[in-house]
Design a protein around this ligand. Sequence first.
Ligand code: ADP
Length: 602
Amino acid sequence: MAARPSSTFLRTAGYVGVLLGCFAAGMLAGWNQLARRVNNQTYDLLAKPEAGMKAVEAVIVAIDEPTLREMGELRNLRPIVTKALRKIAAAKPRAVAVDLILAGATNPEDDQDLEAAFRATPNLILGSSVASNRAWEDPLPRFAEAAAAVGHVHYEEDRSDGVSRQLALENIFAGQRRWAMALETFRVAHKAEIVESPEDLEVAGIRIPAARLDETRPMFIRFLPSIPTVSVLDLDQHPDLLRDKVVFLGVTASGANDRRTIPSVGTVAGVEVHAHAYETLRRGEFLTEAPDSTVVAVCIAFSVAMGLVFAYFGGWRPYVIVLPVLALALYLPALFLMQGVVFPLVAPAAVAWLSAAGAATYQHFVVRRSLRQSESDKARYQQAIHWAAHEMRTPLTAIQGSSELMTRYKLPEEKRGQLSEMINSESKRLARIIQTFLDVERLAEGNIELKRESFAASDVVAVCMGRVASLAERKNIAMTLDSPVDGTLVGDRELMEYAFYNLLTNAVKYSPPDTHVRVKSNLRGSELRLAVQDEGIGIEAKEVKKIFQKFYRTKRAEASGEVGTGIGLSIVQQIVTHHGGRMDVTSTPGKGSCFTMILTAQ
Ligand code: ADP
């Protein structure tokens, strides 16, 4: 018969189950749109630029509302760009990026002028974008020929909140690739080449850790507090502002429909995003996103740590140890960001907090409860030991007295025979008391070896009734077998006899003299019921469940004056369950009880 799993194993399995549940719940809490928003906001807060102007190379030349009011309209930008470029080129900047899509022809004179202005602008970068997902909208060839490079002007928008935090350094559409305008501008301004590998890009000695993901190579833009901006209208007033700078020319007027939301700041024009991205590249201030595997590994570590702390430390100690770990879980995104890694807040924090709460609750309720249970078991066990010690005194005194008599006096043979008979039977009684206690412990721990033999149920009943007969006679209790016993049982016959004998002795013990104990048997299919019915003291309904607990005795039993340990029934139940059966009890206080063993017969 299979050994039952030990209670330590069950407790550990339960604990691991609770932790796994907390881990799974934490992961679910960490991987959804809401969590993504919270992670994003944490990032925005942590990556917020410090106030104060840093040395900036980029300058934005803005086609703003006043420019449009003064010089033209949105539908006809080219003459404005031409005029602006002339002034910009005169200021001798390092490079000029024009954030406009110039794919179609307009008024021939305007296009002619614009081409001339482009040709007069060294290190010129023009924009390209994918229009309605059909094709790249490149600048007209006449413009593109005048440019040093053409870059795409797309930026990523986070699906959860629509905020632009990253830029796709690479954009492939219809098999054609465009590098981002900011990257091309950086390359042109530094007269370098773009060296690529699947993990990164290298331009002018700067390694950009932008791995190829879905053909985009996303890069976090480190937004600055501000980038110097000058209106096209005011170009004349700042002749030196553009010297040696990298100019980003684009529309900032709100009518242009080219506004983006960026972290902390709010909405800005697309041209500003490109300028910030350019500054990120120039400064080499790159961030990478922590891979999911790292996040999951950190979550597992948190869950395991919480589990171990609550498993190994008792009292207030685990709480003291766990507090800094919980704080760490909240602080991790900041720590990682210092190392240039973007790390999520929600999943690790949720896993850490839920695991701590789960582990603490489990330990508090389950472990403490089982501790209380084992303490009360221990107390009852001690009581029983006292009883056993007390019980042992009687046979011991008899043995001692008899042996003394035998050694001191020369007794007649007959007397000597009687005394040695007494020593023999009293030693057996002692051995039985000891055996009972050992059986209880071995059965309770589930490491008793069960024999598997076939035997007739009727034999067990007959043997036990025979054994109890003299006990019943002494109280003038009639004991009858009301129905023939059928069925063959498989298991340990000795233990089965022990169990049934216990039910019979209890029936006699807890019944007044001159009553009737009935043994009934019923075999239906493979279910064999063996019942012992008495007309004794009975058991209160609320105590019925408890009588199978080790060392439990009912108040009525205590009051009856019958000695007992409260062990017998706990062994009976264990024997019956070890044989795949169960016990059933019905009782009416003052009227009698019926104990039934329900077993499987062959
Ligand atoms: P013990 O008889 O040594 O006290 P048991 O484990 O055999 O221990 O029984 C546990 C308790 O169940 C008894 O103390 C008694 O209170 C109750 N009990 C068992 N059998 C009967 C019965 N036939 N009638 C009334 N009470 C019973």
